[in-house]
Design a protein around this ligand. Structure first.
Ligand SMILES: Cc1cc2nc3c(=O)[nH]c(=O)nc-3n(C[C@H](O)[C@H](O)[C@H](O)COP(=O)(O)OP(=O)(O)OC[C@H]3O[C@@H](n4cnc5c(N)ncnc54)[C@H](O)[C@@H]3O)c2cc1C
Length: 382
């Protein structure tokens, strides 16, 4: 690309920083509309299959990835999740049957983030676009937001200064594009650490449900990763001894520890620089919304760019982002509370509340990701 060529319409030069699920989706959605974006990433390739962070692919993401054909491929590769349960002291507090959702897609499926990225990469390569791996955007202050200038540094030591017409920062939670905009990332972090372990089983396992077991204090969540791998996430450092393994363990494929932050940037754009995905918002994995919300950002941004309405991006996305942050915050608090009175009230009222059809439907629609505005460019009913 070198110096940006300026100009209008499909010839506008677009640089996407970050080839995670969000950057790849932005590139794909632009490519299928006739743009030729350039996409760079300082990593060596997609997320390793065994180190999946995001697992849940919701129905809204399938809607959004239908026009590119990626949704069909996700459906073939992913595990359906038919039920969610929350238990406390052996009492089932919440039981949600995801098959009750009306519509084209079931509410949520499980697919490792690395596999989702590979499906996006395959679709993108059919437009002749490949990410430039081992290519980092250097953190510098951007002064001209209309024609942003950034430096790309390759692993071989060479570098290049570019001035794209549009710069999309999809470079994750530590986004250099966000920092170069001088934007803050206000919010809070939960004090507790979370622990994660994925186990592969030698025998058959039931992967059709997700479950949270609350121990008051502490919880262990169980989620399917694939036909023979189950993920456990917990607030308890010694959680592995509490796992009731459903079959003989073949191996522990991955383990990690992380802290949960609730942060978002506002506005999500300045001039022709746009932030999407974790670069713009981060929250707890409760509800499996992170990657899905970022994919939604990318799809809206690509549509708005094609419509010449990209300046509306931030105003359109901020309400959805705030709503999802609020909701994942409440869900996380619900399963990590420590006050005995609050625990007693939750254990009493949560099952009563969910006996009501409208409450169950609202929860189900949020699991499906249908609680944010419908994409106006999709003309069939979800
Ligand atoms: C334990 C855990 C479980 C989760 N579960 C779910 C779930 O079930 N469902 C869900 O939707 N989400 C989930 N998430 C969140 C999800 O992983 C993220 O929201 C998602 O990865 C965000 O995608 P992204 O493309 O915005 O950012 P990333 O995946 O972080 O990708 C950013 C990319 O930018 C590149 N990059 C960074 N800096 C630069 C630079 N300077 N120059 C060039 N490239 C750069 C990086 O190499 C990376 O490839 C989970 C997260 C965690 C931690």
């Amino acid at each position: 690309m070198g110096e940006g060529i300026g100009g209008e319409g499909k010839s506008r030069s677009i640089l996407i920083v970050g080839a995670g699920p969000v950057g790849l989706t932005a590139a794909l959605e632009l490519a299928r509309r006739g743009f030729s974006p350039r996409i760079v990433d300082d990593g060596t390739g997609p997320t390793p299959l065994e180190e999946s962070r995001a697992l849940g692919v919701n129905a809204r993401t399938l809607t959004l990835l239908s026009p590119s054909g990626v949704a069909e491929r996700i459906i073939v590769a992913a595990q359906p999740i038919e039920q969610f349960r929350v238990r406390s002291a052996e009492k089932v507090l919440i039981q949600l049957d995801t098959r009750q959702l009306q519509g084209r897609f079931s509410a949520i499926r499980a697919l490792s983030q690395g596999q989702t990225e590979r499906l996006l990469l395959e679709a993108l390569s059919s437009y002749g676009i490949e990410p430039e791996w081992r290519t980092a955007v250097m953190a510098e202050a951007i002064s001209d937001f209309q024609r942003p200038e950034v430096t790309l540094r390759r692993a071989d030591g060479t570098s290049e200064t570019v001035r794209p017409d549009i710069l999309i920062g999809a470079d994750g939670a530590h986004s250099v594009v966000r920092k170069a905009l001088g934007a803050g990332f206000p919010g809070e972090a939960l004090e507790a650490s979370f622990y994660l372990a994925d186990f592969r089983y030698a025998g058959p396992v039931d992967t059709r449900f997700g479950e949270v077991s609350i121990f008051d204090p502490g919880m262990v969540a169980r989620l399917p990763v694939s036909a023979d791998i189950i993920r456990y996430i917990s607030t308890l450092e010694d959680f592995e001894r509490r796992i009731a393994h459903p079959s003989a363990v073949a191996e522990r494929t991955w383990a990690s520890q992380f802290r949960i932050h609730f942060r978002h940037v506002e506005p999500m754009a300045k001039g022709n620089v746009f932030l999407a995905g974790d670069a713009a918002h981060i929250h707890s994995p409760a509800g499996a919304r992170g990657m899905n919300l970022g994919i939604e950002d990318a799809c809206w941004l690509a549509w708005l760019i094609a419509e010449g309405r990209e300046q509306e991006y931030s105003a359109l996305r901020i309400p959805a982002v705030k709503q999802v942050l609020k909701q994942t915050y409440s869900l996380t608090r619900l399963v990590t509370m420590e006050n005995p009175l609050a625990i007693a009230a939750r254990n009493l009222f949560a099952p009563l509340f969910l006996r009501f059809g409208p409450a169950r439907r609202t929860l189900l629609r949020s699991v499906a990701g249908y609680d944010t505005p419908r994409p106006p460019w999709i003309d069939w009913a979800e």
